[in-house]
Write a protein that binds this ligand. Structure first.
Ligand code: FE
Length: 180
């Protein structure tokens, strides 16, 4: 009986030791991808089909803070976004639909407090619209695939384009290059 009790205790301790411990670390990119695949079935980094979704759908599939900027042309506060002074090598995608927007090679250190790029990853990555809000005339930048608001473009950027795509970090997803 005594031996039996010791055996049960030993087995319990071994089982507990095996099941305890921290879960295996997940990479940022796989976490970001699974987050999107669970909640936003429109998100794809390979499908370039144009999306024309009603606001009610965007409200359901986007996190509230992304929805606010993407659909209500909100602006995150300067120097607060996750990418304004980020220097990783890789590609920036639309956080709403997964469309490729910018390469890190086109990113430059801007003093404005938002991630800034001098060119898009390809022609048609983004679309443009005149924005007359706040008594100004600015060029709004929208995602070329899903049409959500990304930021604005100005003509005071560095060579070779002279453009400054001033983006909101919250509507960008960064994927590091393989091996980085
Ligand atoms: Fe998009």
């Amino acid at each position: 009986m005594h031996r039996m009790l010791i055996f049960i205790l030993y087995t319990t301790v071994v089982l507990l030791a095996c099941s305890a411990g921290p879960p295996p670390p997940k990479s940022l990119s796989s976490e970001a991808m699974s987050e999107h695949s669970v909640s936003n079935s429109y998100y794809s980094r390979t499908d370039t089909t144009q999306l024309d979704l009603p606001d009610s759908v965007w409200k359901k599939v986007l996190p509230p803070e992304v929805y606010e900027v993407a659909r209500h042309a909100g602006t995150e506060r300067a120097f607060t976004g996750k990418y304004w002074d980020f220097e990783g090598r890789g590609t920036y995608y639309c956080a709403a639909c997964g469309n490729a927007l910018f390469r890190s090679d086109a990113k430059f250190a801007s003093t404005c407090g938002w991630p800034s790029f001098f060119e898009t990853v390809r022609l048609g990555s983004v679309e443009y619209r005149t924005d007359k809000a706040f008594g100004m005339s600015r060029t709004e930048v929208l995602c070329g695939r899903c049409g959500v608001h990304l930021g604005h473009v100005f003509e005071d950027g560095p060579p070779p384009t002279g453009k400054r795509f001033c983006m909101n970090s919250i509507v960008l997803d960064f994927e590091p290059d393989e091996g980085d």
